[in-house]
Design a protein around this ligand. Structure first.
Ligand code: NIG
Ligand code: FE
Length: 376
């Protein structure tokens, strides 16, 4: 069964020699892109979809979310907007609500958030645990996450739970918790930050995860200058996410190591921290991704278009660079070559936008431009 998408005003494929083309068509078959080219040359297909002159882009790849949780922290957000600082300890509020919710409720909440995300064009999503912080709940969160995505991340080391010393908790995370969680996870993550885990504790968590067959990624340099980025580079992590506070040495290490800097501008929006300087990273040769970090504490948005708009307005990106970071950049962060682009061979995960060009994603912030989402 093949489908031709015709009458495309602008088609973004990220082909190296021609990243976008006007008046284009695209053919998909068996869940893959099999042809892209000029509208006039489209080969015959079993059926056709008329894009009506709209824009076709790869589905968004959201490489950092915490979608499985219960509870609400709107009051904390309101207090921050009235001048209070963000404290990492707020995570424990969500932990209490999540532990109390039970697996069925958590699954229903996650399903609703997945629908919200998809309606806004996200077709690949990473989901972390981290609001359980005990063996049973962390395993349950990862099991729920694995019902929705292959990109699951064990974040038992999100914060030290009430009643534990950091060292005892790291022992639990790298012992019984890891044994129970690893079968449901592809990645291991740690919140390396003052108030969460220091460099040695974070290294212990990540290396134990690697030994258990997981690949590392890091919450790094979110609330201040710290060792997270350097640790990510030392361990060859796939991603160092946040990167809000970077020294020149951090930027150089990211460029040299090829670790993807995950930029999460919903966090700066919601915590009033300064936005990371994406222009500085690109100019230094660092690979970047844009993601939502969807979570109830620091970034309760599921909208990649919103994050793209912030990337353009607040982080120094052009609309094209921001879209690249939200698609191909996210794919690199997840070490995926089958998503984030629409070259022949890609998964047929694509969006039809009610817009004449991808620039409208930032030019028309907050406007629901995603008309149709197709997935393989
Ligand atoms: O990515 N940085 C750590 N974790 C989340 C925030 C979690 C929370 O406050 O609930 C983040 O921003
Ligand atoms: Fe996060």
């Amino acid at each position: 069964m093949s489908t031709a998408i015709t009458h495309i005003g602008e088609l973004v494929t990220w082909e190296p020699d021609r990243p976008a083309r006007d008046n284009a068509a695209l053919v998909i078959a068996d869940g893959q892109v099999v042809w892209v080219g000029d509208a006039a040359d489209v080969p015959p297909a079993d059926e056709a979809i008329d894009a009506g002159g709209g824009t076709v882009i790869p589905g968004f790849v959201d490489s950092h979310t915490h979608l499985v949780f219960a509870g609400d922290r709107a009051a904390e957000f309101a207090a921050r907007m009235a001048g209070q600082r963000y404290e990492a300890g707020g995570i424990r509020t969500t932990v209490a609500a999540t532990r109390a919710a039970g697996e069925v409720t958590l699954q229903n909440l996650a399903r609703a958030r997945m629908a919200e995300l998809r309606a806004q064009g996200t077709t690949t999503v990473e989901i972390k645990s981290g609001y359980g912080l005990d063996v049973d709940t962390e395993e349950s969160l990862l099991w729920v996450a694995s019902q929705f995505t292959a990109e699951t991340t064990f974040l038992g080391a999100h914060v030290v739970p009430e009643g534990w010393t950091a060292d005892d908790y790291v022992e639990l995370v790298t012992g019984e918790m890891l044994t129970r969680c690893a079968p449901h996870a592809k990645w291991v993550d740690v919140f390396c930050e003052t108030g969460a885990f220091d460099a040695d504790q974070a290294r212990t968590v990540l290396t134990a995860g690697v030994t258990a067959g997981l690949a590392p990624r890091v919450h790094a340099n979110q609330l201040g200058h710290g060792p997270g980025v350097q640790l990510a580079c030392e361990l060859g992590a796939a991603a160092a996410d946040h990167c809000t506070y970077l020294t020149d040495a951090d930027v150089a290490a990211l460029a040299d190591s090829g670790v993807v800097a995950g930029l999460l501008p919903g966090v700066e929006f919601s915590t009033r921290h300064p936005y990371p300087d994406a222009r500085r990273l690109l100019d230094a040769g660092v690979r970047i991704a844009i993601a939502t970090d969807c979570n109830p504490g620091t970034s309760y948005t599921s909208s990649m278009p919103f994050c793209i708009a912030l990337g353009v307005r607040e982080m120094g990106l052009t609309p094209t660079e921001a879209l690249y970071a939200a698609t191909a950049g996210g794919a690199t962060s997840l070490r995926r070559t089958d998503v984030g682009h629409l070259r022949p061979g890609a998964r047929a995960d694509l969006l039809i936008l009610d817009a004449p060009s991808h620039v409208h994603l930032a030019y028309r912030p907050g406007v629901p431009l995603v008309r149709r989402v197709l997935t393989a």
